[in-house]
Design a protein around this ligand. Structure first.
Ligand SMILES: C[S@@+](CC[C@H](N)C(=O)[O-])C[C@H]1O[C@@H](n2cnc3c(N)ncnc32)[C@H](O)[C@@H]1O
Length: 249
């Protein structure tokens, strides 16, 4: 199996998709959609027919598009992620299906106004993606976005807890570090080094300092990382070790 195929299998587990859906950010309140919708409007005016969210995970990034497009398709190579997305969606104009950049054949030429890749483009074969994008995209927009964070903040006056939590999180992050795919470096560079086939690119790096979450949220987020999922498969004591961490909370 190629390293690319291995990487795209990182989100296949059922438990992983449940954790993913529960603990990953829902992108609310960060002004992300406004940024790419403004860019899209500069390229062509509304109304907009179709948006494709590729690497949609358990649905969080596809749902953001529902009010702007007549139809939204969320696509992901993981069947379990798609099942989780379908199970949670109540929006009638958003549908989900399994697929990746090499299986966009069902999408008609020149039919898509916007393609979003939320925390996912770094996993894809970009040559294949950009060729398909050239075929299916109207004059429109590809919006690739993501996030990373290494620090923990407890927002109320509990600095002792914050220090303890920061130490534990640091220890787990060090433990899972060897299991990150090198593709994750694109995320850590805020997509600065992402190769793009266009000339009219815009790049935003937001000043969001942290997202408020409690200790359970912090540990759940780490548990949803692909590197953590690999680490606990490679180390039989991994799950026990993580439970020990959770007990320290
Ligand atoms: C980090 S998650 C992001 C999910 C969601 N978009 C979000 O914002 O939370 C990455 C997702 O991309 C999917 N993925 C990885 N490689 C892919 C590919 N080549 N084509 C489609 N989906 C892919 C994974 O299965 C996973 O669900």
């Amino acid at each position: 199996m190629s390293s690319h195929q291995e990487d795209t299998r990182l989100f296949q587990g059922k438990d992983h998709s449940v954790t993913y859906q529960r603990y990953r950010p829902k992108y609310e309140g960060y002004n992300i959609v406004e940024k790419f919708m403004t860019f899209l409007q500069e390229q062509c005016p509304p109304p907009y027919q179709l948006a494709l969210d590729l690497g949609c995970g358990s649905g969080q990034s596809a749902h953001l598009l529902a009010s702007h497009f007549k139809e939204v398709i969320g696509m992901d190579c993981s069947e379990e992620q798609i099942k989780a997305a379908q199970g949670s969606s109540t929006l009638t104009n958003v549908s989900f299906r399994c697929g990746d950049e090499s299986s966009l054949g069902s999408i008609q030429d020149g039919s898509v106004d916007l393609i979003t890749c939320a925390q996912s483009i770094h996993w894809m074969d970009l040559d294949v993606l950009y060729k398909e994008l050239d075929r299916i995209l109207k004059p429109g927009c590809l919006a690739a976005y993501g996030y990373h964070s290494n620090t923990v903040h407890v927002t109320d006056d509990q600095s002792e807890l914050e220090t303890q939590l920061q130490d534990i999180v640091q220890e787990i992050n060090d433990w899972i570090m060897p299991y990150w795919s090198e593709k994750i470096n694109l995320i850590y560079s805020a997509y600065k080094d992402l190769p793009l086939p266009f000339t009219d690119n815009k790049r935003y790096v937001d000043e969001v300092k942290y997202q408020e979450m409690n200790a359970e949220g912090v540990f759940g987020l780490i548990e949803s990382f692909s590197a953590y999922q690999i680490a606990i498969k490679k180390h039989t004591d991994g799950t026990k070790r993580f439970r020990d961490y959770r007990r320290k909370e």
